[in-house]
Design a protein around this ligand. Structure first.
Ligand SMILES: [Zn+2]
Length: 252
């Protein structure tokens, strides 16, 4: 069992703390960034860094992105390796997680990030809602990944034939209110419909990609996420998943 270090203690504290405490830590983000780059900034003598659970956690956004692309290539070809799904891995990450990427995706049953990127336990920190529509809980989840887990890459991923996009297109076309809380999803996606281009499938795809870009823009409203991007601690990228081919296209 790995010995606890100051970082672990801080994480356990934050896990058990209120959201207000996490929010209170926001102004300290630049300090956190400095501490991450140099252990000399730690208030107490730092223990040697705990080995990453996988032994191969990419330390940069570029390397994290490369790992996702490699995993998706395996998925496309049907050459899955199912990494990090062993009993040993389960035990290794039981006390500490160090995911290398965060994925905000649609809740659609066909675009599970761990599957389409061929990753295992403890590799990805995932948040999912229909149409990857944001609310405060989702933004807080992503902020936690960045501020506490120091994940360097955030992928916002839409997909082909998204039901949330379809429902919004229908709602806009018919001017009808969606039932129940579905209207919340429609409201979230509606601005992307206004940016639709082309006809048919091309139009649908353009709305999906616009919805990804709008979601990324909205994430800039999070002071914590925006500061992390500015400080070079976080890269946010958009992605489009094709159900037919298994290809994840990363959007520039
Ligand atoms: Zn969807």
């Amino acid at each position: 069992m790995p010995s606890p270090n100051p970082s672990d203690s801080r994480r356990q504290f934050l896990w058990g703390s209120s959201l207000a405490l996490l929010t209170a830590a926001l102004p300290q983000l630049p300090v956190w960034g400095q501490a991450r780059r140099s252990s000399a900034a730690a208030p107490t003598p730092a223990a040697p860094p705990s080995p990453a659970p996988t032994g191969a956690v990419p330390p940069t956004a570029a390397e994290a992105l490369a790992q996702l692309k490699t995993g998706n290539l395996r998925f496309q070809k049907g050459q899955l390796t199912h990494p990090n799904e062993t009993l040993k891995r389960r035990r290794d990450v039981a006390l500490k997680q160090a995911p290398f990427a965060t994925v905000l995706a649609c809740a659609d049953s066909r675009e599970s990030p761990e599957l389409i990127f061929d990753q295992g336990l403890g590799d990805l920190f995932v948040a999912r809602t229909a149409g990857h529509v944001l609310d405060n809980a989702v933004v807080g989840t992503l902020e936690f990944a960045v501020a506490e887990l120091q994940v360097p890459l955030l992928v916002v991923m839409g997909h082909q034939r998204c039901g949330a996009i379809k429902a919004t297109l229908q709602a806009v076309a018919t001017s009808k209110i969606a039932p129940g809380s579905l209207e919340t999803l429609v409201d979230g996606v509606r601005p992307a419909v206004l940016l639709a281009q082309g006809e048919g499938d091309e139009r649908f795809t353009s709305v999906v990609k616009a919805n990804v870009r709008i979601t990324i823009e909205r994430l800039q409203n999070s002071r914590l996420l925006a500061q992390a991007v500015t400080a070079g601690q976080l890269q946010i990228v958009g992605a489009y998943y094709q159900l037919d081919t298994g290809v994840v296209e990363f959007l520039s």
